[in-house]
Design a protein around this ligand. Structure first.
Ligand code: AMP
Length: 305
């Protein structure tokens, strides 16, 4: 794959405390950029832009290095690392945020190392949309910009978010977020509204029900993997994005079929991350396991000629 691109990601790096009906963990490795980077690292090389505090455990830095993630854009500031506390009930599709402590993220002013500025593939993971734009503005000639967000920013910084979306090729968000952002309950209409702001494609994730892709003249509906053991859904969205963008970056020239395959790679990676807390499952995967599950996805949607 000679045309393989590297991917730059900016997003949160955090310590998560999570309770699901199946267990509870405190201060485990999390954050949108982390889930994304580890998933994408199975497809291409990843350059990370993010910030941590002085309390960020060294073993987590080692884990990122093990995945060959370029950390020259990682800042350590005095203060505490971003923290998120969330709960899930038996409907695992909906995270209930109990607490968001921005900490060092509140003073983050990402300055890209020069070697990052020529990058072509960019993922703006869930973080303050003003930071997303600030990073994008430093990249000379991006070819593929993909963006994610969440309700925290839709409620708090809607106007900035729409400004970021104007500069994006593909927007990814979940169904609730798309409905809230567009103030529209119908997802087909919401997809159209988001596309009218700029993105050529919109991917709307529906948790355990799969994902939809809207583009001009093309519609794709992907299933979710029928997992029986979902332990913790945290990071599913960012891991989906990691598989999706990572695969696209490994393709070179991209057509509509590649986009569809990328969605299935995204869904494949997401189906792994929810099997354990944090990145425990995705960080210990191998290429064969990914290939096998991708193949199972193909079997799920096969229905004859
Ligand atoms: P998801 O893929 O949507 O489940 O994202 C989960 C990750 O998002 C968690 O690891 C959190 O640390 C992170 N997160 C939660 N709230 C925010 C926020 N307001 N901004 C950025 N990242 C967040």
């Amino acid at each position: 794959m000679s045309m393989q691109h590297e991917v730059l990601v900016v997003g949160s790096i955090g310590l998560d405390s999570i309770k699901t009906p199946f267990g509870e963990v405190f201060d485990v490795l999390g954050g949108s950029a982390i889930y994304f980077s580890i998933a994408a690292s199975f497809f291409t090389s990843v350059k990370l832009v993010g910030v941590v505090g002085e309390d960020f455990p060294k073993q987590y830095v080692e884990l990122l290095k093990k995945h060959h993630i370029d950390l020259s854009g990682l800042q350590t500031l005095s203060g505490k690392t971003f923290r998120w506390k969330g709960n899930y009930g038996y409907d695992l599709n909906e995270a209930i945020t109990l607490d968001t402590e921005l900490n060092v993220l509140a003073n983050f002013n990402p300055q890209l190392p020069d070697v990052y500025k020529d990058i072509k593939y960019v993922f703006l993971a869930n973080i303050d949309p003003e930071l997303q734009l600030h990073v994008l503005n430093q990249i000379k000639k991006p070819e593929m910009v993909v963006c994610d967000t969440m309700n925290f920013w839709i409620h708090g910084k809607r106007d900035s978010l729409i400004k970021t979306l104007q500069r994006v090729d593909i927007a990814i968000m979940n169904d609730t977020e798309a409905r809230e952002l567009c103030q529209e309950s119908n997802l087909v209409k919401a997809g159209r509204i988001i596309r009218s702001w700029g993105p050529k494609r919109v991917i709307i994730k529906k948790g355990e029900h799969g994902a939809l892709m809207f583009a001009n003249g093309s519609f794709f509906s992907a299933p979710a993997y029928p997992l029986e053991e979902i332990f913790d859904p945290t990071g599913a969205g960012d891991t989906f994005a990691g598989g999706f963008v990572g695969y696209l970056a490994s393709c070179g020239q991209i057509n509509d079929i590649d986009m569809r395959k990328a969605i299935i790679y995204g869904a494949t990676m997401a189906s792994f991350v929810v099997e354990d807390f944090s990145v425990q499952k995705t960080s210990s995967l191998n290429q064969q396991e990914i290939k096998d599950r991708y193949q199972e996805f193909q079997n799920i949607v096969r229905f004859g000629e």
